[in-house]
Design a protein around this ligand. Sequence first.
Ligand code: ATP
Length: 252
Amino acid sequence: MRDTVMDIENVDVWYGDKHAVLGVNMPVEEHGVTALIGASGCGKSTLLRSMNRMNDLIDGCRVEGSITFRGNDIYAEGTDVNEVRTRIGMIFQRPNPYPMSIRDNITYGPRIHGITKASELDEIVERTLRQAALWDEVKDRLKRSALGLSGGQQQRLCIARALAVNPDVILMDEPTSALDPIATAKIEDLVRDLKKDYTVVIVTHNMQQAKRISDHTGFMQLGEMMEFGETKQIFEDPHNETTSKYIQGIFG
Ligand SMILES: Nc1ncnc2c1ncn2[C@@H]1O[C@H](COP(=O)(O)OP(=O)(O)OP(=O)(O)O)[C@@H](O)[C@H]1O
């Protein structure tokens, strides 16, 4: 096991009275891809959103337990939530580019962080679009609207936009569920590449996807982490009977 970049310990999440995540423990390995799988409504997205305090935006949502990022409790008093969401970026199910040019989508975050020099911004635009495997497709139309891109290109742009503010961890909530198989394969290749420089946690409904791209997998059911381990072990030798049934497609 490499270094642990995030640690989730005894985490419970409620929406009002609804107990959505129950006593979950999970380490997140640096430069790895960690997948969260499980039937609809089992709490995968809730757990993911608690990992960069996205749940703070939902009325009545309460998180208990400890979530540390590089040893610091992200829920500790005085924590800069914007800093947490910069260091731990998020990619959503539906690509959500801003209604502005491709270039401006990428430079938006760095500008907020005080970078104004055109040459520096140009460098960030090219670097992140290359990292997101989109540069060759858009380098001649950086000033055109991002909304004119295909869904798959928009999702890669959202990944480039997340990279532009130098995150450490990238959380992805079913990033390919709105995409066709070719666009999905490109994002999967990209995720495999990204782990050289970043750490990725991905929620997926697609077990084959978890198997293809992740190093560790957590299987959740009714808010509980039923089993967590190396992806190969989870899929080839699950220790828990419920995990075994789920990956065989017996239920869920
Ligand atoms: N904003 C909310 N308010 C109240 N309950 C919620 C809210 N969001 C989710 N829930 C409930 O919390 C539980 C976990 O939902 P969550 O979306 O985390 O599951 P999931 O495993 O990601 O599901 P899916 O795969 O369908 O996205 C569900 O019972 C859901 O109905």
